[in-house]
Design a protein around this ligand. Structure first.
Ligand SMILES: Nc1nc2c(ncn2[C@@H]2O[C@H](COP(=O)(O)OP(=O)(O)OP(=O)(O)O)[C@@H](O)[C@H]2O)c(=O)[nH]1
Ligand SMILES: [Mg+2]
Length: 414
């Protein structure tokens, strides 16, 4: 699996909403037609969707920007603008999405999981919408809302059914090359494998299990020794573990010591890894000295002679079946941090007030505040959203400066 990338930055920019239109109806025999400006179209949103056919984050490394198209503006005769097209960005299964502060936003675990990465801007309302008993000739319309834009950190943890865990040089890569079509580099020195390799093992019953050959672990890996934590991460999501214990005379530690050290590193990294179903097998069994064989009474395997390979694959498949059955049904998708709604009032350093909240910020952002009529509409709208009451409750006094988005005004109690 060359080109395996496990981190990438992604910039998403949703489409802007189209502006609402200011227009008055004109007809041959109707001297004073009413307002007929249509609404702007909604901007396209950006969705991240887990896709089985994508195996790495490579696509984002050189091209980190994704944009959705904007909505078009409204027109006269109440013609509404067209919506922008949503953009679907495929990511590998097992992609976690973080914001720039490291807060987890979504886990796209299984194929089909979707997450709204950037919402398209709402289209502005045309002046036809602002007609009321007191406002017969509205001369203003709303602007389109800008589309959301942000940088995301994507992290891919390999989704494997079985992770091959063992000291360097025990034959993990050789084994995966024998049981799957993976062709990793194999060599007679430690730390040959620098990036995880995934191999799909096809079972006779038509089932598939995905096996991950990860770089060798050594004592202290959970504290960062060797290739350390970088690769322990990839063990995290494997359903089952296969521990390979070197039976060759070259092994530095006895089989029992190897097992103890490997389990200790896994536990140190994440204790629940010890609860995963696991298979423990003696590896490179053909190299074991017949006269001075190491003390091992578990199953054995030789990837070179093929002895014990079918039994090992069978045991791995059984461990995976058990783990799959114990799994809860996956949620279709997970959103860890829903958009906050409502109204928040904060004190500013200058002694004034800052009002935050999606609805109030929107009311201000979309309006042309140089148009007096629009301004009085916005004030009415803010009152309806409860801004005046909330300010009074927060202790605002006449003359205090109140800010909402790019809008600032002096508070007056009435
Ligand atoms: N005789 C024999 N040699 C083996 C067997 N499995 C692997 N080897 C040899 O052992 C050496 C190391 O094999 P690898 O498959 O690269 O070992 P690894 O566990 O992937 O090593 P790292 O990637 O460094 O962690 C190579 O020279 C292989 O040819 C086996 O079953 N029998
Ligand atoms: Mg290897």
């Amino acid at each position: 699996m060359s080109g395996f990338v496990d981190h990438a930055q992604l910039n998403v920019r949703a489409g802007d909403g189209g502006a609402g239109c200011v227009s008055m109806r004109r007809e041959a025999h109707v001297p004073k037609g009413g307002p007929d400006g249509g609404d702007g179209g909604t901007g396209g949103s950006i969705w991240l969707v887990a896709d089985r056919n994508v195996s790495s984050l490579l696509a984002f490394r050189d091209h980190p920007h994704r944009r959705a198209t904007s909505g078009t503006h409204g027109q006269g005769k109440k013609k509404h603008g067209h919506g922008g097209d949503d953009l679907v960005v495929p990511v590998p299964e097992g992609t976690s999405v973080y914001d720039q502060d490291g807060v987890l936003l979504a886990d796209l675990v299984r194929a089909g999981d979707r997450w709204l990465a950037a919402a398209g801007g709402r289209g502005g309302k045309g002046n036809a919408r602002f007609l009321s008993n007191s406002r017969r000739v509205p001369t203003f319309a709303e602007q389109g809302e800008p589309g959301e834009e942000r940088w995301l950190d994507l992290e891919l943890k390999l989704m494997a059914d079985v992770a091959l865990v063992g000291f360097p040089n025990v034959g993990k890569s050789t084994l995966i090359s024998v049981i799957s079509a993976a062709k990793p580099k194999i060599a007679d020195y430690p730390f040959t494998t620098l990036e995880p390799n995934l191999g799909v093992v096809r079972m006779d019953e038509g089932d598939e299990i995905v096996v991950a050959d990860i770089p060798g672990l050594i004592e202290g890996a959970s504290e960062g020794r060797g290739l350390g934590i970088q690769f322990l991460r990839h063990v995290e999501r494997a359903r089952a573990l296969a521990l390979l214990i070197d039976l060759s005379p070259l092994a530095e530690h006895t089989p029992a010591e190897q097992e103890r050290i490997l389990l200790g590193e896994l536990e140190n990294y994440r204790a629940e890894l010890l609860d995963r179903p696991r298979v423990v097998v003696g590896s490179r069994s053909d190299l074991a000295d017949p006269d001075d064989a190491p003390d091992w009474d578990g199953p054995t395997v030789s990837a070179v002679t093929g002895a014990g390979v079918p039994q090992l694959v069978g045991a791995m498949a059984q461990a995976v079946r058990g783990a799959r059955q114990a799994e809860p049904e996956p949620e279709p998708f997970v959103i860890h941090r829903p958009q906050p709604e409502g109204l928040v009032i904060e004190r500013t350093d200058a002694g004034g007030f800052l009002v935050r909240g999606r609805a109030v910020e929107r009311a201000v952002a979309l309006s042309d505040l140089t148009n007096l009529e629009a301004l009085s509409y916005v004030q009415e709208r803010l009152r309806k959203l409860g801004v005046d009451k909330a300010l009074a409750k927060a202790g605002a006094k006449d003359g205090d400066l109140v800010e909402i988005g790019r809008f600032a005004f002096e508070y007056t109690a009435d």
